[in-house]
Ligand binder design. Structure first.
Ligand code: A2P
Length: 314
């Protein structure tokens, strides 16, 4: 289970980590602390967090307890954090990082990624909207944000920087202006949203692709409940989730399945070698179905599907 990828920085990252996306209620916050502890006891060494999930403090408490028990040290872990949309102005990027470090109680992140190629108006509200429910978009180019993120590398507080939810036109535009190629592009990827073109594009440029919602997310009908996934899982006597994460890892992406349930956290850590016929069948699935679980794209006007009309990259 110790499979790793090497990033374009030379850093090594585990192929499988714990996702911590949560709703904001109190029971979930307690659950995420336990999930972090169970994950690290199980052998996970990568954790994916985000400022906007509102639970970094609880993740930090889980980390602290595990560090105190001497089970793992900070340097044994690979922690991926995200710059939230309200910190996109160049003078706010460092603050966005510092708040994350403070909440987690760590000195550095192994990877810091721009959560979305969209800026929101700065302020205490993570999701600012006007009285009519219109998003308060801030007119900040993500290039400005990226160039400020590059400077964070000099502080030693981040070991690598990357992006998330970037499609090909946006990456193309970013790469023209960047001094540093993103180490990672983290996107929604699962059999119903395979994004083969984007994966090929990133692979050719040394950008590692990380799959969020590798189980297809919680909304029904769930990708996880597709009949083909059940057939393959039954054949190998494996849980459904292991089929999906194994497929993702075999296509060269890392995965961060989210679970706040200790038994599922443990089960999700296992992956196995799928035979080519099953890989082919899962690849075919995506041609029949096309479903994105994350609806922020539509809300904020971000285009990231392979087959969406090409945007200008802006
Ligand atoms: P829970 O936290 O109760 O386990 P994704 O990572 O694709 O976004 O999917 C996460 C969703 O899938 C969550 O609702 C999570 O719920 C659920 N989930 C996580 N692991 C499993 C599993 N092994 N089997 C079924 N559902 C799972």
């Amino acid at each position: 289970q110790g499979l790793t990828y090497t990033l374009n920085t030379g850093a090594v990252m585990p192929a499988l980590g714990l996702g911590t996306f949560e709703s904001n209620n109190d029971s979930d916050k307690v659950a995420v602390k336990t999930a972090v502890k169970v994950a690290l006891e199980t052998g996970y060494r990568m954790i994916d967090v985000a400022y906007c999930y509102g639970n970094q403090k609880q993740v930090g408490e889980g980390l602290e307890e595990v560090f105190d028990s001497n089970l793992v040290k900070r340097e044994d872990l690979f922690i991926c954090g995200k710059l939230w949309n309200t910190f996109h102005r160049k003078e706010l990027v460092q603050t966005g990082l510092d708040l994350t470090l403070e909440e987690l109680g760590v000195d550095y992140l192994d990877l810091f990624i721009m959560h979305w190629p969209v800026a929101f108006q700065p302020g205490p509200d993570n999701y600012p909207q006007d009285a009519n429910g219109e998003w308060l978009i801030d007119n900040v180019d993500y290039i400005e944000t990226w160039l400020a993120m590059e400077k964070l590398l000099e502080t030693g507080k981040v070991k690598a920087i990357g992006v998330s939810n970037f499609n090909i036109p946006k990456l193309e535009r970013l790469l023209k202006a960047a001094h540093i190629t993103p180490a990672v592009n983290q996107c929604e990827l699962h059999p119903y949203l395979a994004q083969n073109e984007l994966i090929r594009y990133c692979e050719e440029r040394g950008i590692h692709m990380m799959a969020y919602s590798p189980l297809g997310g919680p909304k029904s009908p769930r990708t996880l409940d597709d009949p083909l996934i059940k057939v393959i899982a039954d054949k190998h006597k494996r849980p459904l989730a292991q089929v999906m994460t194994s497929w993702a890892i075999q296509r060269g992406t890392s995965v961060i399945p989210k679970s706040a349930n200790p038994e599922r956290v443990k089960a999700n850590f296992v992956h196995f070698e799928l035979p080519q016929e099953d890989i082919d069948a899962l690849n075919e699935l995506g041609k029949k179905h096309h479903r994105r679980h994350c609806d922020s794209f539509d809300m904020w006007g971000v285009v990231t599907f392979d087959d969406d009309p090409k945007d200008s990259g802006h």
